[in-house]
Design a protein around this ligand. Structure first.
Ligand code: SF4
Length: 72
C-alpha cells in the first residue's frame, strides 16, 4: 500500500501528523504536509486510512491493496 499527498490541497491542519506521525510530517517553513515514507506497513494502515479520511483538504491518497490481516 502506498500513500501520496497533494501539497496544493493541504490546508496545514496537521490532522495527519496527529493520526499517523510516523508517516506524515509538516514542513517547518510553510506547515504544509510532507511525507516521511511513501510505503505504508501493515501496522500503519489503519492510522493512514484514518488520516486520509479525516484530512480536511482531501490531500491524502491511499493506493494499493489493504494489507492482509492475521487470522482473517
Ligand atoms: S490533514 Fe490534510 S490538510 Fe491537514 S496537514 Fe495533513 S494533508 Fe494537510
Amino acid at each position: 500500500m502506498q500513500v501520496s499527498v497533494d501539497r496544493d490541497r493541504c490546508c496545514s491542519s496537521g490532522m495527519c501528523v496527529t493520526n499517523a506521525p510516523e508517516v506524515f510530517d509538516q514542513d517547518g517553513r510553510d506547515s504544509l504536509v510532507r511525507l516521511r515514507q511513501a510505503v505504508v506497513t501493515p501496522d500503519q494502515f489503519e492510522d493512514v486510512r484514518l488520516a486520509a479520511e479525516l484530512c480536511p483538504g482531501g490531500a491524502i491518497t491511499v493506493t494499493g491493496d489493504e494489507p492482509a490481516r492475521a487470522g482473517g
